[in-house]
Design a protein around this ligand. Structure first.
Ligand SMILES: [Zn+2]
Length: 164
């Protein structure tokens, strides 16, 4: 995928190893990439952040708002992984994402991080395979079932399937 063109072969191999699991173990994936992941108390308008960490093998820590729902936390982790993979040179002292996944980075960079998050949490081959187990129908009902299996939000899966 062109989104991952600039990702190192080592990081790509780690990502690919996790992508065929249902749901994709996004916390384990982050840790294998060398990132620390912590659920912490963050302001209610902040979903997550990525900042430098001297103790993380890759040099960065992802903080996730512990008051948000699990599906939301999983998306946030995947989104911050996106910033790490694509924008790590721009993270500086840290990047905080609000509940709309906006930050001090550009809209373009936020769109890229959301695309990475969708690709990590809802890999196309897995989504197609799950669709087939439900008769191949791209309905909202089937979309919701697959969202549950992949532990993503219903709106995220509907967007992935082009249903809205
Ligand atoms: Zn972001």
């Amino acid at each position: 995928m062109h989104l991952f063109n600039n990702v190192s072969a080592g990081d790509k191999a780690i990502i690919e190893k996790h992508l065929d699991k249902v749901p994709v173990p996004v916390g384990a994936l982050a840790r294998e990439l060398g990132l620390e992941v912590k659920l912490i108390l963050l302001p209610p308008d902040i979903s997550g952040e990525i900042r430098p960490s001297p103790t993380a093998p890759a040099g960065f820590r992802i903080n996730v708002n512990r008051h948000e729902k699990k599906e939301r936390q999983r998306f946030t982790i995947a989104h911050e992984i996106g910033h790490y993979l694509l924008h790590r040179s721009l993270i500086g002292d840290g990047v905080s994402d609000n509940v709309l996944y906006r930050s001090t980075l550009s809209n373009q960079q936020e769109v890229e991080a959301n695309k990475v998050a969708a690709a990590l949490l809802m890999p196309r081959p897995t989504v197609e395979a799950l669709l087939n187990t439900h008769g191949g129908l791209r309905s909202k009902e089937v979309s919701d079932l697959i969202a549950e299996q992949l532990e993503v939000s219903s709106p995220a899966m509907r967007i992935r399937l082009g249903l809205q």
